[in-house]
Design a protein around this ligand. Sequence first.
Ligand SMILES: [Zn+2]
Length: 504
Amino acid sequence: MSEKALDLFEKINLKLDDVTYIIGFNACAKLANDQAMKIGKKLLDDMPNNYRNNNIVLNAAMDMLMKFGDVQSAERIFDSIKKKNIISYGALMNGYNINSKPWKCFKILEEMKQEGVVLNEHTCNILIGTCSKIGMIRQFSGFGLNGMGLEAVELYRKMPNELQNEVTHICVLNACSHSGLLDEARNIFNEIPFKTEKIVTAMTDCLSRLFLFDEAEKLIDEYEKTNSPSFIMYMCLLSGVRNNRNKKLSEKIYNRMKSLFPDEKEGLTSGTILVSNIYSSVGEYQQAKEFRSNQMKELRKKVKSGLSWTDGSGEIVAFSVNDNFHPQLAEIHAEVNRMTSEVIKLGYKCDSSWVTRELQEEETIESALGGHSERLALAFNFIQRPVPDFIQITNNLRICGDCHQYTKLVAKARQRDIIIRDANRIHHFHKNGLYIKFYQDLVQYLHTFGYRVIKNFHERNSTISNLTSRVASTSTLINDKCFAYSLLEKLFEHVEHASITMQL
Ligand SMILES: [Zn+2]
């Protein structure tokens, strides 16, 4: 049928109107062979201007180009549409999915939010159904990895039951965990009928990230009543304890791990590093060193050192901690210093707890942190000419808390989007700070005022307005107006974001 239609288009000099253009584009899209591509593109090129304001025609043209794999031309058409409707957005997103660029859909979703376009069932289906066919799970976990928790929960809630499985449960729990959505995580976890090891681990991680260690330990105990213990569950717990710098608890967990999993040498090595980092973070360098070397002797392992990779005009460049090899080292260090003075103006204060070894002579906390491989890789990008539009770095370990804060401010100071993928997740640093996870910052900050405050905070945190009043009262409590204002600013940024998300 489509073939016959195309033959007609080719042979007869038809006088075309909007309906015939749509039929033509649809036929070409359906066939998407060489002949169809030739005819379709010619049809589009020769199309008179008056049809270029017709959304239905343009949507059909966009759909056709996407089916041809010509994403760029389709994007050009999309950009040319003055009043984009939900169908235009749908056609573009569908096109991204079929061209294996599902990632771009998120950007479009953002744009739709900004334009106030409300998702309809069709677009939800595009987002859910098509994505599921071409690797939705990967994309969905992308939400989690990028700290877009609300979006992930939204998608999860809309997902048909038959699409839900262990992977989607884990993804949504991870997303909640990375975005601090505790209530959502608890609700979802309770609704999951069969809780596998991975699912319980995801929940343990979520609780540990929010420093709810009692609850996390209870969960593990409960799990172990009917299952054999899980190493990774304990690692999640221990990571949380590290961020909380809880020495006592970390020792207790590490010892329990050693007795439960004597053969997990590799894993116990990571555990050792975490515990010794806790010692360093409270200034007990000698203890850290001893603990590390004793445990390593026991486990007979060498410590893995941090490495970062980045793209340097087409080739991959690697940096190690305190790199000594790169030929442009002097320039790179000068650039690190420049970046540091810029971020200091934006409020950066180096966090000595992330210096995990004793300082050498003539070394300062700043210079020790400045040698972290992520920063060298960052600086390397900024001495390129031209400076790349956005910067991508991969790290073999976990990015440290200080580099996280630093990079966030560099993105702002230098007006560049920066993505750092570490051993655990992808960190998105938007140049305008849009993706900065205010919630985790908040948690970190509040935690210094005691476990009780934060616990209370989490229990009550069901709505944004509730959150706002909690922040206000906490700020009064700690008598820090500056903090209150900056927090409220962040909150309102989030409220706007959240209310738009809720509309969707
Ligand atoms: Zn670092």
